[in-house]
Design a protein around this ligand. Structure first.
Ligand code: DC
Length: 175
């Protein structure tokens, strides 16, 4: 039987993680945050002092980086990057990393391998239902207004709603 794959897609701050984690817990299946993987590559790139726009170097980092990922933590090359991958520095650079086709190819391979290893799961991220698992058992596309998304981010991480709403709109554009 094919593994059950539930794809949760949608823009930043719409509530993907909250829904995906709750669903995985209720169904007793594994959870994968693919945005955290792109953030993890970004963390590794910045830690090496490389530029996020250096396409070749970033591609090489993505192919070599080692992740250890649980529902609530991400280790990048044995360093706990759980908090750092949510930092403003990573927020600012991650869209460049996610636009790199070598990075995307590598992450897609790893995501499919992860599903094979875990015999299915809830997978959250932008291209999961459309590209990575087009035959997913269930595809959810979650939306919310920019204001609600900004308010969610402020409740989680603090900051100014208007400023965060602006940053979200900019990132939507880049994504
Ligand atoms: O969902 P998030 O904010 O943690 O995603 C971080 C970045 O990675 C964002 O720029 C979108 C991108 N991303 C992607 O391109 N494909 C995915 N499957 C997941 C995230």
């Amino acid at each position: 039987m094919r593994p059950v794959v539930i794809a949760i897609d949608g823009p930043a701050g719409a509530g993907k993680s909250t829904i995906a984690k709750a669903l995985a817990r209720d169904l007793g299946i594994a959870y994968l945050d693919t945005g955290a993987m792109y953030r993890g590559v970004t963390f590794a790139v910045l830690r090496k002092g490389l530029s996020a726009t250096d396409v070749d170097a970033v591609g090489r980092v993505a192919q070599a980086v080692e992740f250890a990922q649980t529902t609530d933590a991400l280790y990048v090359d044995d360093v706990d990057a759980t908090a750092a991958i949510r930092s403003p520095e990573v927020d600012a650079a991650v869209s460049h990393i996610a636009a790199n086709s070598v990075v995307r190819d590598e992450m897609r391979l790893r995501q499919r391998q992860w599903i094979a290893d875990h015999n299915g799961g809830v997978v959250e991220g932008r291209d999961i239902g459309s590209v990575v698992f087009p035959d997913a058992t269930l595809k959810v596309y979650l939306v919310a207004t920019p204001l609600v998304r900004a308010e969610r981010r402020v409740a989680q991480h603090g900051g100014d709603v208007a400023e965060i709403a602006r940053a979200i709109a900019e990132r939507d554009e880049r994504d």
